[in-house]
Design a protein around this ligand. Structure first.
Ligand code: AMP
Length: 282
């Protein structure tokens, strides 16, 4: 695996790769890698000739300073995991490389209302930060194919919109959520849970599964209220638990045969914020 810290050298290297007629798959991450990230690397290796992964903890997408400062980092282990998984190129820029000045952090993209609902409502400015970094990374790497995880479902829709808005010819693949044995969606933030919290955290997925099973017969709003009150009793602080149209995240109160619906949840266990989602139809 070749490791780059500076975009100008990475660009040159990738220009050479493209000139040989090879396709490139790109997997952007914030590091503290786990099997969820590695599944994206594996998808990229199946679909593209050369796989590029980036590790950059993007300060601009954190609306909470503490969350940014406590974001887990395990760069040596990440490099080992990427080597083992057959990743070809790792890009690990520092902040100066991505944001040389203040003005480069605050570009606004007309993504539309989807930017300000659900995650966007509870993490103001988050998606603007995501769009800023993704635009820069895509301009540096110019991939043929981008691999994103369904774990961050709203981010997948927003990045797809951004790619359309920027008129980039990049195929986007949304890869399934990789879970721990007890159902907890893998996440770098899970490293911040203590033993008890880690056990409790699996209840998030359990409650989405429970709603999904009961939805054909029961009213969503009643299922939602009962799930929220159960989760609160277990110590969660819920930001949202919603059902939405999976195409545009318009909120739904009832399951309707015409909709491709998704359940989405965000909740805190102490100061660790967890998200998860589940398609209502498989
Ligand atoms: P992050 O490092 O959290 O920014 O995530 C980098 C990429 O990995 C994003 O596209 C995430 O959606 C994806 N990802 C994170 N966790 C998982 C998971 N458990 N399963 C699949 N993809 C994931």
């Amino acid at each position: 695996m070749v490791v780059f810290k500076y975009s100008k050298y990475l660009r040159k290297y990738l220009e050479h790769i493209r000139s040989e007629g090879l396709s490139t798959g790109f997997v952007p991450t914030m590091g503290a890698l786990h099997a969820g990230h590695l599944s994206l690397i594996s998808q990229s290796r199946k679909n593209a000739d050369i796989t590029v992964c980036s590790i950059f903890v993007n300060p601009v997408q954190f609306n909470n300073k503490d969350d940014f400062q406590k974001y887990p980092s395990s760069i040596e282990n990440d490099i080992l995991l990427l080597e083992e998984s057959g990743c070809d190129i790792l890009f690990m820029p520092d902040e100066q490389e991505i944001y040389p000045d203040e003005a480069s952090k605050i570009k606004h993209f007309e993504i539309g209302p989807i930017e300000n609902i659900l995650e966007g409502k509870f993490r103001p400015g988050h998606f603007r930060g995501v769009c800023n970094v993704v635009e820069k990374l895509l301009k540096i790497t110019e991939p043929s194919h981008l691999f994103l995880g369904q774990k961050d479902y709203q981010q997948c829709l927003i990045v797809s919109k951004l790619i359309k808005l920027l008129n980039l010819n990049i195929k986007v693949s949304i890869c399934p959520i990789i879970r721990e044995a007890d159902g907890l969606a893998m996440s770098s933030r899970n490293l911040r849970l203590n033993e008890n919290e880690r056990k409790t955290a699996a209840k998030l997925h359990e409650s989405l599964n429970n709603i999904k099973t009961r939805l054909p017969l029961e009213n969503f709003l009643r299922l939602k209220q009962s799930a929220i009150s159960d989760l609160e009793k277990k110590g969660f602080r819920i930001d949202y638990l919603e059902m939405a149209n999976a195409d545009d995240l318009e909120l739904l109160e009832n399951i309707n045969g015409n909709y491709n619906a998704i359940l989405l949840i965000a909740a805190f266990l102490n100061d660790v914020r967890l998200i998860d989602n589940l398609m209502v139809k498989d």
